[in-house]
Design a protein around this ligand. Structure first.
Ligand code: ATP
Length: 449
């Protein structure tokens, strides 16, 4: 088999030599260029390359230009940039321009090897069909916005850039993240999804980065963190807006340095993880209000992918219904009448696709015949304020001690919120004006979890 070939563009002979030796040990031949003019010549003479690595500051211009030119003339050639220490802005610019990844100086050889390994997988396979067959991960919908999202997923799967997925609850953000992973070179490695709101603040650092035995009370052995568990693969941070500020600083460092330091450990170790994030909250607003760090926002939001609410793509509903029914395992038996489908298409779906899934599941469970009619769907048309409470009323004041009385009211409010949000705790917490963690605490306290 022919050996791989890389084009490395840098004006510092020492760096060229270091990279050439490192790549040589990975069975990759290197063609070097000390400036843009030579690089263009190498690219222009028809030579086959599997990878290009370019410094950002070159004697006759910027590596960004080369990234853009390669994007235009050889979009299948993965190009990564070498950035000066601490110049994250340039790295972000390069990723936006189409570089698939970056490595910062001084070049950490392990980071370089990881990056090169990923690049070679990219040039080996144009797509990653093994995972495409899994119907679980199918993104249903032919509406214009869904077609755009599908094309974007295919493009983003080839990049290593952080992607920030925004959209209301239940729109399919996690599914999109999964697909970006499944269709890319990391597909055979782990995809780890974490709900940032579900980890208690005091355990967060150890959950993310791991800990050494004895580093705190209860640390009875070494523990691997989520970053290490996702090694080689993708870490999907859902509800990233819920990260406390002290963790935001640590996450920023992990993403920038591509290294983590377990609690109680002196040294950082390199990790090769692609980070994808999502939230249904308005992160830009949270940055403006000082609740989310701007530097982290810029870092995770290199590329934003907006998943539209279901009510903005109603034409997708019939196919989604079919797909979700078959996922429920009821396709053979149940189907919706035309009026039932029309009723769904007229409904606003505050809980989006997840709500549609729940509505169908309930309807199928309760259905007596094969055909599900509009009234079997029990679509809610009333607003939150005029909805009856779902679990009865609290006892009259004075009939029980105040503490119990208040507890009962709290319980009702929580049950109502969960009902309205179809058991989505994140959305329920928001409805109640509580943090996810505070809701979890109350659920436990009231014996509702
Ligand atoms: N376009 C789609 N095609 C098929 N299934 C979908 C689609 N969109 C969403 N789903 C399904 O709907 C459910 C909710 O999707 P998902 O969990 O990805 O939403 P989310 O936006 O991450 O929600 P949250 O904000 O609450 O975390 C999942 O079971 C998912 O598989």
């Amino acid at each position: 088999m022919a050996r791989y070939r890389a084009l490395v563009v840098d004006d510092e002979p020492d760096i060229l030599e270091l990279i050439e030796i490192t790549l040589g040990r990975m069975d990759i031949d290197t063609t070097t260029a000390a400036d843009l003019a030579v690089a263009r010549k190498q690219l222009g003479n028809g030579a086959r390359f599997d990878l290009c690595l370019t410094d950002m500051r070159l004697p006759d211009g910027s590596g960004l230009d080369l990234v853009a030119e390669i994007q235009a003339s050889r979009p299948d050639l993965p190009v990564a940039v070498i950035t000066a220490y601490g110049s994250m802005d340039t790295a972000v610019q390069a990723l936006k321009a189409g570089a698939f990844d970056f490595v910062s100086k001084p070049v950490d050889l392990q980071v370089l090897r990881n990056l090169v390994g990923t690049a070679l997988k990219l040039s080996d396979t144009r797509s990653f069909p093994a995972r495409d067959r899994r119907s679980r991960d199918e993104l249903i919908g032919d509406s214009a916005p869904m077609q755009r999202i599908r094309a974007l997923i295919a493009k983003l799967a080839r990049s290593q850039a952080p992607v920030y997925i925004s959209g209301e609850s239940g729109t399919g953000k996690e599914l999109v993240a999964h697909l970006i992973h499944d269709k890319g070179p990391r597909a055979e490695q782990p995809f780890i999804a974490v709900n940032c709101g579900a980890i208690p603040a005091e355990l967060m650092e150890s959950e993310f980065f791991g800990h050494k035995k004895g580093s705190f009370t209860g640390a009875t052995g070494d523990k691997e963190g989520l970053f290490q568990a996702a090694s080689g693969g993708t870490l999907f941070l859902d509800e990233v807006a819920e990260l406390p500020l002290h963790m935001q600083v640590k996450l920023l460092r992990a993403i920038q340095e591509k290294a983590v330091r377990p609690v109680g450990e002196q040294r950082e170790t390199p990790v090769d993880v692609r980070v994808l994030t999502a939230t249904h909250k308005n992160l830009e607003q949270l940055v403006r209000d000082g609740h989310f760090r701007q530097d982290l926002y810029f870092r995770i939001n290199v590329i934003e992918l907006k998943v539209p609410p279901l009510r903005e793509r109603r034409e997708d509903i019939p196919r989604l219904v079919e797909h979700l029914l078959s996922k429920l395992g009821h396709d053979a038996r149940h189907r919706l009448s035309d009026t039932a489908v029309q009723a769904l298409q007229a409904y606003d779906f505050p809980g989006n696709v997840r709500e549609l899934e729940n509505i169908l599941e309930r309807a199928v469970t309760m259905a007596e015949g094969e055909i599900i009619e509009a009234e079997d769907l029990h679509l809610q048309t009333n607003t939150a304020s005029d909805q009856p409470t779902t679990a009865g009323s609290p006892p009259p004041p004075g009939s029980v001690p105040l503490e119990d009385y208040l507890g009962e009211i709290e319980k009702q409010a929580i049950l109502d919120a969960l009902d309205q949000t179809h058991q989505n705790k994140t959305a329920a917490a928001e409805l109640l004006g509580l943090s996810f963690r505070a809701l979890r605490y109350r659920l436990k306290k009231l014996g509702l979890d």
